[in-house]
Design a protein around this ligand. Sequence first.
Ligand SMILES: Nc1ncnc2c1ncn2[C@@H]1O[C@H](COP(=O)(O)OP(=O)(O)OP(=O)(O)O)[C@@H](O)[C@H]1O
Ligand SMILES: [Mg+2]
Length: 224
Amino acid sequence: MKTKGLFITGTDTGIGKTLVSAGITRLLLNRGNSIGVFKPIASGGTISEDGKLLQMAARLPHSAYREIVPFHYRQPLAPWVASWKEGKVDLAKIEKAFQKAKASCDFLVVEGVGGIQVPITQDFFVTDWMVKWKLPVLIVVRAGLGTINHSLLTVEALQRRKVKIVGVLVNGYTGKGIAERTNVKALKKLLKVPVYGPLKYNPCYRKDLDLLAKDMAKLGLPII
Ligand SMILES: Nc1ncnc2c1ncn2[C@@H]1O[C@H](COP(=O)(O)OP(=O)(O)OP(=O)(O)O)[C@@H](O)[C@H]1O
Ligand SMILES: [Mg+2]
């Protein structure tokens, strides 16, 4: 493996970041690597479903959960907005947890929060973690209509901050609709970063992470 870790972001919330993170984690694990997983902050409910899936993908015990997701807001809101009622985020605690997670494995898979400009505080955004942690970034994008605009905006904003982009991964392909069938070609022509996929929409993936890992292996991502 060429890098010490990967930051997985997306063009939106609900785009497939957790699923893709879980697939990459399980694939690297199945190949005998020492893999850690990290989600710096989660919002919504009392326990993060993302954190649980990442924990399962890495085959870590339940007790590892608090280290995988060091900070949690109950309201399903952007962290800074959630903090208005629930109190300020503890960035130092998250930083400490990140350094510990990084030191505990050979390769750390970090899942972001929503898209790249989600405010963690009023003046600290998801992109600031990418810059601070110097991790290469994989951008998960939707397969259907709207993805060209969102993908171009995200790539441009990351390039402005000099973040290293591994590529764009088109996720959730059903093949139904002309936009899905033309978007990969269009993205390849418009973007100067690699475009991977599409990864198909398959409702079995969440329950069968080895199947997901097997299908992800075929995408040719450079880190796996
Ligand atoms: N390729 C796929 N096949 C089937 N289901 C998918 C696929 N990609 C994502 N999903 C499903 O879509 C939903 C959203 O995906 P996921 O939770 O990975 O998004 P996310 O970007 O991590 O969202 P969040 O911003 O909340 O962290 C989940 O139920 C997930 O299982
Ligand atoms: Mg997620």
